[in-house]
Design a protein around this ligand. Structure first.
Ligand SMILES: NC(=O)C1=CN([C@@H]2O[C@H](COP(=O)(O)OP(=O)(O)OC[C@H]3O[C@@H](n4cnc5c(N)ncnc54)[C@H](OP(=O)(O)O)[C@@H]3O)[C@@H](O)[C@H]2O)C=CC1
Ligand SMILES: O=C(O)/C=C\C(=O)CC(=O)O
Length: 356
């Protein structure tokens, strides 16, 4: 056994269909008296429902979360939290809403109770991101780690299938890159492989029936494990490419992950054979070297977008994306070579088969 260190992030997790009923108990356990409920405009009705459940402990609802947390939105929410005398943020929704809660917590130290309704995984990471002047900056700070997470698969039943699939592939990406992280360890690898297995097994079920609560529960369990991996270890080329493409070309977050993952894995396959073996095993693919192709086949079977063209990437931006990808590179098993990355981006743009 190799030497390693592991510091678990302390969140309390309450999991299960109907788990939202425990909200009052969990808020009380946090010692909160005035919770500000956060959501996107699209999930305002859910946020009002949460506020109603909180009763006197609800300070108000701020339903203006925006993807990638623009600084203006963060500042507005911070002012609202202060104006209402909030002592806690309850974030119900996807990574955009959790991200807004984190922006509040980063400045104020307010505890967050997260109720995730996508598979992004932000609820179990100490990672925050804020966008200013068109540039998204991310960082890590223990203050932003939600103290409590309520995973209730019933709340994900309304997540449309295409979004569920793309978000599930976003989760798979955390686990897959975690398997070749330079700072990984046997515990994160266990969670990554189980997260991959659970998510890959759940997604076909929820594509077949969006209201399959068992599949929704399995997907949320997989998302939790994949999110823990993201929070524990360093991400590599794949996340770098997605942050570049999402941040500089305003492409939708989860869909970018869905398209790029097979290509980034193929780029790294020869340099990370053990990771490929684990990914392949989790996906039921007999040949380790075929792990990237197995990911793309899964994405195709689930109806995920397979090309950057299909999600709005301008072909004229590929050169710039390759330039940006080699700047401030994330740690990666294979060194980043601009020409090879440009070729990778072209294949991803065209929706071609992944190649190393
Ligand atoms: N810090 C971290 O550790 C991480 C941060 N992130 C960040 O999170 C963001 C992406 O998160 P993601 O979850 O993909 O995106 P969003 O939070 O934007 O949610 C994606 C979509 O899901 C819809 N949705 C969410 N919940 C429901 C529901 N219950 N019913 C119906 N529709 C629903 C939203 O609709 P509507 O807009 O109408 O509400 C939205 O269109 C990015 O900014 C990313 O960088 C992602 C992963 C980890
Ligand atoms: O950009 C952030 O807010 C932080 C991390 C992520 O988005 C992880 C991801 O790319 O899914």
């Amino acid at each position: 056994m190799r030497a390693f260190s592991y510091l678990p992030h302390p969140s309390r997790v309450v999991f299960g269909a109907g788990a939202l009923q425990h909200l009052g108990r969990e808020i009380e356990a946090l010692g909160a008296r005035r919770a500000l409920v956060l959501s996107t405009p699209g999930q305002a009705a859910q946020a009002e429902r949460v506020a109603a459940l909180l009763g006197e402990r609800a300070a108000g609802v701020f339903a203006r979360a925006v993807m990638h947390v623009p600084i203006e939105s963060a500042q507005e929410a911070r002012r609202e939290a202060q104006r209402l005398g909030a002592d806690c943020a309850v974030a119900i929704g996807g990574g955009s809403t959790t991200g807004l809660g984190k922006a509040i917590a980063l400045e104020s130290g307010l505890p967050i109770l997260a109720i995730p309704t996508t598979y992004a995984g932000s609820e179990v990471t100490p990672i925050y991101g804020i966008t200013e002047g068109g540039v998204k900056k991310t960082g890590r700070d223990a203050k932003v780690l939600p103290r409590t997470v309520i995973y209730d698969p019933e709340l994900t039943l309304s997540l449309p299938v295409p979004l569920s699939v793309a978000s599930g592939l976003n989760a798979l990406a955390h686990a897959a890159e975690g398997l070749y992280a330079h700072d990984g360890n046997p515990i994160t690898e266990l969670m990554a492989q189980e997260g991959l297995r659970a998510m890959a097994a759940a997604l076909p079920g929820l594509v077949a029936d969006a209201r399959d609560l068992a599949a929704r529960g399995d997907a949320l369990y997989g998302a939790w494990l994949c999110g823990i991996v993201l929070g524990q270890v360093s991400m590599g080329l794949h996340h770098k490419l997605c942050h570049t493409l999402g941040g500089s070309f305003n492409l939708p977050h989860a869909e970018v992950h869905a398209v790029v993952l097979p290509h980034a894995l193929a780029y790294n396959a020869a340099a990370a054979p053990e990771a490929m073996a684990r990914i392949a095993a989790a996906l039921g693919e007999p040949e380790a070297a075929q792990a990237p192709q197995a990911v793309q086949r899964l994405a195709a079977r689930l109806g995920a977008p397979l090309s950057l063209r299909a999600i709005g990437m301008p072909e004229g931006g590929l050169d710039r994306a390759a330039d940006l990808a080699v700047q401030a590179a994330y740690p990666n098993p294979r060194p980043l070579e601009r020409a090879a990355l440009r070729a990778l981006l072209q294949r991803a743009f065209d929706g071609a088969a992944p190649r190393g």
